[in-house]
Design a protein around this ligand. Structure first.
Ligand SMILES: NC(=O)c1ccc[n+]([C@@H]2O[C@H](COP(=O)([O-])OP(=O)(O)OC[C@H]3O[C@@H](n4cnc5c(N)ncnc54)[C@H](O)[C@@H]3O)[C@@H](O)[C@H]2O)c1
Length: 314
């Protein structure tokens, strides 16, 4: 049984707790949040779990094999470096850090310590996104002509994530929060991104995050990449990740709807339920046991950070 400690019990920390408690080979034995009532309540809900408000005390527990860090981005650096220093494996929330310098230090420390370092990039374990990647490899769209990421939020921060920091310029904004998932997908499926140029729409209040972006970039072979988004608009939330090719179009809509068509035809839903199911936790367990595993580690987190930093440059 792999023993888990969790630091940060907010929106996403709670979401993953359910996955951990359902998994047969892992057990949460400690939780930490500097909001004491939240730490105690969460520990009671899970049952048989130690609650902490100081993460350094959690790290002193030698029974803990892996720590999941789910605090806001600006605290990843300090906490993750301490986790690495304690010799435990680490699962870090995205984005890896709050700056490229921080991300570089975390990557180096993780590589030097003999530990598993993983990021929570859930799209990699979803069937629709996996099928998207498979179809691209099978040349479904032919030769790629353009990649496009569209992000539209009637309201940012969204209802389920109404935290101060998510709407702030320092560590929030949809480019960082949502864009990072697709930048990681681009790096994985299509390779490096270069020549990034960006035009942000920023509110007058310097503490508030972007409300719009038009970013352009290129893949290594010069294929254009368009990253565009707006918040505070009419209509529904929409996130579309689309590959346009010489033979067809493939699009991943709202994380889990896959549509495609050959050029000149209508886009149609593409079934993906035959794709074998995967889970981050299964892969983490394999990695910790020393088996081959599909893990997205700090290296891809660092690469994504470099791109995010350029996209968010004003
Ligand atoms: N992978 C995903 O799909 C996904 C989705 C949403 C958010 N996230 C990421 O997860 C992280 C957390 O996001 P969230 O929405 O849950 O934030 P949140 O603000 O809801 O929760 C963060 C929690 O961390 C606690 N915290 C902060 N500093 C702490 C410290 N030093 N010690 C102990 N506890 C501390 C806060 O009290 C809060 O309860 C962010 O990095 C975010 O980008 C990932």
């Amino acid at each position: 049984m792999i023993q888990i400690g969790i630091i940060g019990l907010g929106a996403i920390g709670q979401r993953l707790i359910n996955r951990f408690t359902e998994h047969k080979e892992v057990k949460i034995i400690a939780v930490c949040d500097h909001v004491e009532s939240l730490a105690i309540k969460t520990a009671e809900e899970i049952g048989d779990v130690q609650a902490y408000t100081d993460y350094k005390q959690l790290l002193e527990d030698e029974k803990i094999d892996m720590v999941y860090v789910a605090v806001p981005p600006k605290f990843h650096h300090t906490i993750v470096l301490d986790v690495i220093g304690s010799g435990k494996h680490v699962l870090c929330e995205k984005p890896l850090a709050n700056s490229l310098d921080e991300a570089e230090e975390m990557l180096k420390a993780a590589q030097e310590a003999n530990i598993i370092h993983a990021m929570n990039f859930p799209l990699n374990y979803e069937q629709a996104a996996t099928k998207f990647a498979d179809l691209i490899k099978q040349q479904y769209v032919g030769k790629l002509r353009r990649l496009k990421l569209t992000m539209q939020f009637p309201e940012w921060p969204r209802q389920w994530q109404k935290n101060e920091w998510v709407g702030g310029r320092e560590q929030g904004g949809f480019v960082l929060e949502v864009g990072v998932h697709f930048i990681q997908q681009i790096l994985k499926i299509f390779g490096d991104i270069k020549n990034i140029e960006t035009r942000l729409e920023l509110p007058e209040d310097p503490s508030k995050c972007e409300t719009g972006i038009i970013g352009t970039a290129e893949l290594e072979d010069g294929t254009p990449v368009l990253i565009e988004g707006l918040s505070q608009i009419a209509g529904n939330e929409y996130i579309g990740f689309t590959a346009y090719g010489t033979e067809g179009v493939l699009t991943l809509d709202n994380w889990g709807i896959l549509k495609g068509g050959k050029n000149g035809e209508e886009l149609q839903d593409i079934p993906f339920t035959a794709v074998p199911e995967k889970s981050l936790l299964d892969e983490l367990v394999k990695a910790i046991k020393g088996e081959a595993a599909e893990i997205y580690d700090f290296e891809i987190g660092y690469k994504a950070q470099a791109i995010l930093e350029k996209l968010r440059e004003n």
